[in-house]
Design a binder for this molecule. Structure first.
Ligand SMILES: Nc1ncnc2c1ncn2[C@@H]1O[C@H](COP(=O)(O)OP(=O)(O)OP(=O)(O)O)[C@@H](O)[C@H]1O
Length: 385
């Protein structure tokens, strides 16, 4: 079951309004990323009908599910399923009856529902627990049932709010694999809230990064992984982030004047953020004025790559040869002082929020993405950001 979602919604919150506008094409997946309290869950609960819109419109396949002040379809008739950290199964119903709930509510007869339930119990590996109650299962098993219950109801849209966050290291990969199979196999349209870039890579066509209720950066997962434009996104994608001011063609961090390539039309004196890949950081035993002098907090070597950590926010990844050169013949050690110099730093404005990468008015043919089964999914495009 795939459906196109068009969301243009505002929800008033005490500190700020959560206000976003985006489309998800049928079968597509949008990931919402952002710091705690950015408004990601509010967007999901608004889509699910659990939080009323202050203004705006939500449509699915052209059908208006909510238009602030006039239309408001209740959650149970939206055919939008929400899966969050906790399984939230019906505690008084057995596992099989939890899974049967959606199909029965949709009017599917008992016989067909039984077949659906059996198939799902098999897929989630819980055939022998069909009669158990939720409290008799582990958290990971309950989350598997929650996935089965959600998909068995054939939702038009699946909302995922950090569905693995509460799972232990053993259960998380199992639940992840089941969800991955079902999401790609069914082509269900999805909106995913996650703090993991790897989840966005796996499922999303488009990432929307939120802060204080608005979308501040968007793009494909690879756009964000390769060329993030916000400090939050850069850190999530594994870059080092250094804050300072753009002064005289350099980033003045207060401790050092770092060379970098400015973006966003930076003007002298602007607050700015340097974004650096650890492989683009050189280390030297000497103090140089284009680097940050720091005490190394740890040094590790893996597969010929030396990773150096400091307390200053800068890391370096260098070859053993380069590390030996920096250490004058021996590898640098934790506790020693070195100067770390970015050799390839992008500098963006600290408020570089509006330079968004995907345009709804793009005239390119709709891009698609193949899943591992070769099924192609349309790539979503955020609107008017
Ligand atoms: N039920 C609620 N009623 C009123 N305000 C709320 C409610 N839930 C969240 N908020 C507020 O709305 C804002 C956005 O919160 P929300 O939970 O949507 O953020 P989030 O990005 O999902 O955060 P997290 O990553 O921590 O889950 C915050 O200021 C929060 O305090």
């Amino acid at each position: 079951m795939t459906a196109r979602v068009s969301a243009d919604l505002t929800v008033e919150r005490a500190e700020f309004d959560v206000s976003v506008r985006f489309d998800v094409d049928a079968g597509g997946c949008v990931a919402l990323l952002g710091p705690n309290g950015a408004g990601k869950s509010t967007v999901l609960t608004a889509l699910a009908g659990l939080t009323p819109l202050t203004s705006g419109v939500l449509t699915v396949d052209g059908e208006t599910l909510e238009a602030a002040g006039s239309v408001r379809r209740p959650p149970e008739s939206r055919r939008i399923a929400l899966l969050d950290q906790r399984a939230r199964l019906f505690p008084h119903l057995s596992i099989e009856r939890n899974i049967a709930f959606g199909p029965r509510a949709r009017g599917i007869d008992r016989g067909r529902t039984q077949t659906i339930v059996r198939q799902w119990l098999d897929r989630i590996g819980l055939v022998d627990r069909a009669k158990a109650r939720p409290h008799e299962l582990s958290g990971g098993q309950q989350q598997r049932v929650a996935i089965a219950r959600a998909f068995a109801s054939q939702p038009r849209v699946l909302l995922l709010d950090e569905p693995f966050a509460a799972l232990d290291a053993e259960s998380a990969p199992i639940v992840r694999a089941i969800l991955s199979d079902e999401l790609t196999g069914s082509g269900t349209t999805a909106v995913l809230v996650t703090h993991e870039m790897s989840d966005a890579w796996q499922w999303a066509d488009t990432c929307l990064v939120m802060n204080r209720g608005t979308i501040v950066e968007s793009g494909t997962p690879s756009d964000l992984a390769v060329r993030p434009r916000r400090a939050f996104t850069a850190a999530l994608a594994g870059f080092d982030v250094v804050r300072g001011r753009w002064i005289g063609g350099r980033l003045d961090t207060g401790e050092a004047l770092l060379n970098g390539t400015p973006e966003d039309g930076l003007c002298d004196g602007d607050p700015a953020v340097g974004i650096i890949a650890p492989r683009d950081v050189a280390i030297e035993a000497l103090t140089v004025d284009t680097g940050m002098s720091s005490v190394l907090t740890s040094v590790s070597v893996q597969a010929g790559v030396v990773r150096v950590e400091t307390g200053s926010g800068l890391h370096a990844e260098l070859s053993v040869d380069d590390a030996l050169r920096a250490g004058c013949g021996s590898l640098p050690r934790a506790g020693e002082r070195y100067t770390l110099t970015p050799t390839g730093m992008r500098v963006v404005g600290a408020e570089a929020a509006r330079g968004l990468t995907v345009s709804p008015s793009s005239t390119r043919a709709s891009p698609t993405r193949a899943d591992e089964r070769g099924v192609r999914h349309p790539v979503t495009r955020p609107l008017g950001l």
